[in-house]
Design a protein around this ligand. Structure first.
Ligand SMILES: Cc1cc2nc3c(=O)[nH]c(=O)nc-3n(C[C@H](O)[C@H](O)[C@H](O)COP(=O)(O)OP(=O)(O)OC[C@H]3O[C@@H](n4cnc5c(N)ncnc54)[C@H](O)[C@@H]3O)c2cc1C
Length: 315
């Protein structure tokens, strides 16, 4: 056994990958290695959260993209032959994972939500959602290393253990990438990140006009929550930014309370709310699929129901 590797952009993602990485490495009787390229001072922190070894990638010049690290990471993986490489399923992580897998001529399970060791104690069995979240696909990789990208929040962050020891090793500086960064500017968005919101009021096509979003906002405000939407509201009507779209092609939310207003409840949307603690739905159609996912359902016109809810929550 030659080890489990984890690669993520920042501390939050790394701590989540350390949880599953530590579990696999311990069961396999191998060591857990974390690659680190941004804040190199985090090396000791990652060791105290479960890593046995840190591979430091030297900082890149300003005009170099993180993709410049790919040949260095792939070369090291070829030398050390890890059993498994786990990466965070972010835009950057997914792109880098695919390019590393290609260099290593191995398979990659994208958006993996569970990993287990097979009966032989060696084969890694990976699971991912398919068909819009209606089925779970089991994937085993028959070549080394097995690779997977893991969505954020799939695992709890690793817990600090006092007194852990580990090795820190520096990898060579990468050769200059032919891709150069000419300018960096923050992405313009008016949307708040609602993936961590405690209360989410979500609007669907049952809302007739853009101005009527004010009603949903008022309800969210009365509850101290935020608003989200279905894909038609952001992608077709452009009434809300795409960052607020909940579902398989948007974000996943885990609120204590989700209230869906005029939402049919198609699987592509419901996939994004499966971890909500309580789901409430308001819909005129008593056969709307959202009611099958809901803990509380109100069959009614949202234009009648929402003002009453606002009044009730105000008092
Ligand atoms: C590959 C793919 C990916 C997708 N990804 C996503 C995704 O990430 N997120 C997502 O949301 N969708 C996604 N979709 C689209 C998804 O399939 C549905 O089309 C979408 O979720 C439907 O949105 P909706 O519920 O707002 O609209 P509709 O399905 O049109 O439902 C509107 C509902 O409002 C009710 N209604 C109407 N008037 C009122 C009223 N006055 N009061 C109360 N209820 C009323 C109706 O009875 C109806 O049930 C995806 C589709 C595909 C093919």
């Amino acid at each position: 056994m030659a080890g489990a590797w984890i690669i993520a952009d920042n501390r939050e993602q790394t701590l989540e990958l350390l949880t599953i990485g530590r579990e696999l490495a311990t069961t396999m009787g191998t060591k857990l290695t974390a690659l680190l390229w941004q804040d190199q001072e985090l090396a000791d922190d990652y060791i105290s959260h479960g890593a046995d070894e840190i591979l430091l990638l030297p900082p890149l010049p300003e005009d170099q993209p993180p993709g410049a690290y790919i040949p260095v990471i792939a070369d090291e993986a070829q030398k050390k032959d890890p059993d498994i490489i786990l990466m965070a399923s972010t835009v950057r992580g997914k792109e880098m994972a695919a390019r590393i897998a290609t260099r290593l001529n191995t398979g990659l399970c994208s958006n993996c939500i569970a990993l287990n060791l097979g009966e032989d104690g060696k084969t890694v069995e990976m699971e991912r959602l398919v068909f819009g979240g209606t089925a779970v696909q089991k994937v085993t990789c028959t070549v080394r290393p097995a690779m997977a990208t893991i969505p954020l929040k799939t695992f709890e962050p690793a817990v600090k253990q006092e007194g852990r020891q580990g090795d820190i090793r520096e990898l060579p500086a990468p050769a200059p990438s032919p891709v150069k960064i000419l300018e960096r500017k923050p992405r313009e968005t008016e949307a708040k990140d609602i993936s961590e919101s405690r209360i989410v009021v979500c609007v669907g096509r049952g809302i007739e006009k853009e101005e009527d979003l004010a009603l949903a906002r008022k309800l969210a405000h009365a509850l101290g929550g935020e608003i989200g939407c279905t894909r038609p509201i952001s992608e077709e009507n452009h009434w809300l930014p795409e960052e607020l779209c909940i579902g398989i092609s948007g974000i996943s939310v885990k609120p204590d309370l989700y209230i869906g207003l005029g939402i049919s409840g198609q699987v592509q949307h419901v996939t994004g709310i499966r971890d909500a603690k309580v789901i409430c739905a308001v819909n005129t159609d008593e056969n709307a699929p959202i009611f099958a996912a809901a803990d509380y359902g109100i069959v009614g016109n949202l234009y009648d129901v929402v003002p009453k809810l606002i009044e009730a929550f105000k008092t």
